[in-house]
Design a protein around this ligand. Sequence first.
Ligand code: HEM
Ligand SMILES: *[C@@H]1O[C@H](CO)[C@@H](O)[C@H](O)[C@H]1NC(C)=O
Ligand SMILES: *[C@@H]1O[C@H](CO)[C@@H](O)[C@H](O)[C@H]1NC(C)=O
Length: 501
Amino acid sequence: MALFASLTLLVILISIFFLYYKKKYSYWSNKGVKGPTPWPVVGNFGNIILQKESLDMCIRRIYSKFRAEKLVGIYAGYKPTLLVKDPELVKCVLIKDFDVFNERGFSSSKSRLSINLFSADGEKWRIMRQKLTPVFTTKKLREMIPTIQNCVKDFLLYVENLVDKNIDYEIRALAGKYTLEVIGSCAFGLDLHTFTEEENEFSKMAKKIFNPSTKLKILNLIDLIFPGIRRNFVSSTERQEFFVNLVREIQKEREGKPLKHKDFMDLMIELKEQGKASRKLEDGIAEIEIDDYMIAAQALVFYSAGFETSAATMSFLIHEMALNLDIQDRVYKEICEVVDKHNGDINYDAIKNMKYLEMVMNETSRKHSIATVFLRRSTSTYTFPGTNVTIPKGTSIMIPASGLHKDPKYFPNPDKFDPERFAPGKLISSIPQCAFLPFGEGPRICIGMRFAKVQTLLGTAAFLKKFKVEPSSKTKSELILDPKAVVVSAKNGIWVKISKR
Ligand code: HEM
Ligand SMILES: *[C@@H]1O[C@H](CO)[C@@H](O)[C@H](O)[C@H]1NC(C)=O
Ligand SMILES: *[C@@H]1O[C@H](CO)[C@@H](O)[C@H](O)[C@H]1NC(C)=O
């Protein structure tokens, strides 16, 4: 009898489970949106949870499976999420109807460092964006050039000493040293000596942020299925203390000292003196408090959004140069010509004139997308123009940038490295707006875009002028991406042979 009762109970439970699962997972088909078949509990993210695929790989696979669709409905666990594939509709999300899609929808964590430009939404984001934009004007960038040039000089010296040893080099680590030095000195006024010391506090912290502990990884995975329990990858008190102390130390050091030009820290110190930043709204005002924590939060995000991304771009570019020697020759010739015209100096105006190098950089960010999937959340009901698909407020949206970048419709033969795709005129005539999104688009476009470009172009131009890169026995023509990495990276590093010109 007892056995019969428990069997009945089991059957009832299983039926309820299946009904619930069927109802949850018919969300998109009810709206007439196609998509891959989900699994119970994990939805379409099974491979991510098993760490067989990164989010990038998973979304690209779904993207190519549903080539003809403009919108694809997927399930992050049970959460319905809409993949917006069509460039016209991407444009609506990122630019035209930004007011509906201004939120990223990261569930905020308890940590005060999670209140930063990248994660903030709504009015808080608007105020921060407005206050931080002046850090990245053309004038500020020009003023930073001598600082960056110093980092370039150290970088070249460092590589020169290495090259004499005549071995293979892992270029990601090399590029990482350079970008860390640049961000440290431009944003914080720190001389990090990345080229002399093997390891310093700053680079140790970088490793911790990008090699999250197993506990954090598991938390992030759970967050995919049950949104809202993300603790954010910056929440550990150790990291928090490190950045808050850094900010306090720099402020103390600068007290009362006149400065030649203002870097990020100076701007933030000025803001802090105002105490609060606010914005007038129709129904009152929105305010954020500016204290050491707020400054540290921005510092941390500039560092975590800027460091690995720039290092990755530079290393993928150099990798492609080793594989495509004819393209490298053309880049080299252009660099020499332009530098001659600028009296041997590689400065802001010089890199603006290196048009071919810019094409090469664009093609690098297309073939090796670094920011792969952008997240948004709707703040009201929305109907996508030209479709019958209406989504309610609070729907999660994904923009598959890396999928678009590998779509043969916009980039024929997408696995080929071909800078000619970006030849003058081509970008306008054959690549639709919002099909190429290395830095995003619209009001939430990467705030560090121009800084990143200048830093990468200055470093790369100087490097390629002085050195030649070639494939070595360890060079892989097809890089295998690491499914477990937070920022896109090659599984066994990126290896090349470097020699002096
Ligand atoms: C090659 C290097 C870089 C790449 C590929 C890159 C890419 C991106 C992309 C695609 C976005 C927009 C994401 C979205 O729309 O959801 C973004 C946002 C952002 N990036 Fe970058 N980035 C780079 C370098 C930097 C640097 C150097 C900094 C800081 C100094 C930086 C700071 C930020 C911040 C703060 C945001 C958030 C902006 C906002 O939400 O208002 N990035 N980045
Ligand atoms: C939207 O629905 C209407 C009426 O059912 C139909 O005539 C129209 O073709 C649909 N449009 C699209 C893009 O599916
Ligand atoms: C490179 O891409 C950017 C978009 O991020 C575009 O504005 C620029 O014109 C492109 N440059 C070249 C040389 O194609």
